[in-house]
Design a protein around this ligand. Structure first.
Ligand SMILES: *Cc1c(COP(=O)(O)O)cnc(C)c1O
Length: 408
């Protein structure tokens, strides 16, 4: 029997996979738009978007076309050569953002790794080895490599993996005084998510980003915005920092950039980019033609007023409906977020129960996410159809009824 013919099921996971994940009991096999089907043919509404990755839903016809067209032309050439899709996507990203130079990699963590290495290199070249300190925020998430997981502000993720890399500190998010206290001439970079995603969908305050920008300028520290989750239209702007009018020195993006195909990018100015001269950094798969061809199609679709305005409207609608449900069932303390990155914060009575509500949603044939123990997170397709959004909300109400009855 070939591997394709062999029957596999969720039970096989525990037999063959490293147990670092605990996937759901069903196995999705097909997706279209905001709907997903499992092995048994059960249909689910997807408001989770593969953790903010499927920005254009499942199997968007234009992405399928871009991927298959490229698959019939050229898959990989290595960075010993360049390729057309990479250059086209980089051109479009620079035209659409503050940035003048792009480095491609394959995951959010790798893009952040590149950003942090660049910041250290710029400081080392310009000011010497002492200027290497990185300031991050508590509860932030920047990836799972040893470096990025230690830059992230959730110690539970970095414990047990040996000595921590030096020169990293954490301050409370949205606390300008704490940042002012921590920053110094030894600081080479401050890294922030404009909207903290994993830890609860918490947007930065306007005055905070303005203040941090000014502090970075004062101390010659580079400001890195991690837009791995908040970028590529998710906030209703192409990148969330545009909502604030605050420009970083370096930005990273990933998740929605490939719409489900692995790709990430680190973007910066020409002057900073020059510090990563030939041979200083690299990755085998970064800038892969397949990934970049899909990324270009994603950007072409998302970076249009129709799609971005749609994200704003759908996000407002979703938050409004969630607020109504929250009131009806005395469930949420508040509903927050930007665009289609939405967090519903459980009130005191239900603190710590976001996972149970997510499980109830799945029983109601609906996929949602959590962001920490107290927040139910929604990151649907940016082009979700109104009927799918409404059907998703109807299923969420069914889930809430079951959840509330269960908790009573
Ligand atoms: C998901 C995420 C990452 C890590 O991305 P990976 O592709 O899992 O490495 C980094 N930063 C933020 C803000 C994220 O949401």
């Amino acid at each position: 029997m070939s591997i394709q013919e062999a029957q596999v099921s969720r039970a096989d996971f525990d037999q063959v996979m490293v147990p670092n994940y605990a996937p759901a009991g069903f196995v999705p096999v097909r997706g279209a738009g905001s709907r997903l089907w499992d092995q048994s043919g059960r249909e689910l509404i997807d408001l989770s978007g593969g953790i903010a990755v499927n920005g254009l839903g499942h199997c968007h016809p234009k992405l399928v076309a871009a991927l298959t067209a490229q698959a019939n032309k050229l898959w990989h050439v290595s960075n010993v050569f360049t390729n057309e899709p990479a250059l086209r996507l980089a051109r479009k990203l620079t035209e659409a953002t503050f940035a003048e130079r792009v480095f491609f990699s394959n995951s959010g963590a790798e893009a952040n790794e590149a950003a942090l290495k660049l910041a250290r290199k710029v400081a080392s070249d310009r000011f010497g080895a002492d200027k290497h300190e990185i300031i991050s925020t508590l509860n932030s998430f920047h990836g799972r490599t040893v470096f990025t997981v230690n830059v992230g502000g959730q110690p539970k993720y970095s414990e047990g993996f040996g000595p921590r890399p030096a020169g990293i500190s954490h301050v409370p998010y949205n606390d300008l005084a704490a940042m002012e206290q921590a920053i110094s001439d030894r600081t080479c970079a401050v890294i922030l998510e404009p909207i903290q995603g994993e830890s609860g969908v918490l947007p930065a305050q306007q005055a905070y980003l303005e203040g941090v920008r000014a502090l970075c300028d004062k101390y010659d520290a580079l400001l890195i915005f991690d837009e791995v989750q908040s970028g590529m239209g998710r906030s209703g702007k192409l990148f969330a920092h545009e909502l604030y009018g605050i420009t970083p020195d370096i930005m990273t993006t990933a998740k929605s950039l490939g719409g489900g195909f692995p790709i990430s990018a680190m973007l910066t100015s020409k002057a900073h980019a020059e510090h990563l001269s030939v041979g200083t950094h690299g990755t085998t798969f970064g800038g892969n033609p397949l990934a970049c061809a899909v990324g270009e199609a994603v950007l072409d679709i998302i970076n249009t007023p129709e799609v971005l305005n749609g994200v704003v409207e759908k996000g407002e609608y979703l938050r409004e409906k969630l607020r109504e449900l929250g009131e009806k069932y005395s469930l949420f303390e508040l509903v927050r977020g930007k665009g289609l990155l939405v967090g519903a914060v459980l009130n005191q009575q239900y603190k710590g129960k976001a996972g149970a509500l997510m499980a109830a949603a799945e029983r109601a044939d609906l996929l949602v996410l959590i962001a920490g123990p107290d927040v139910v997170r929604f990151a649907p397709s940016l082009v979700i159809e109104q009927v799918d959004l409404d059907e998703g909300l109807a299923r969420f109400e069914r889930a809430i009824k079951e959840f509330v009855a269960q908790q009573a």
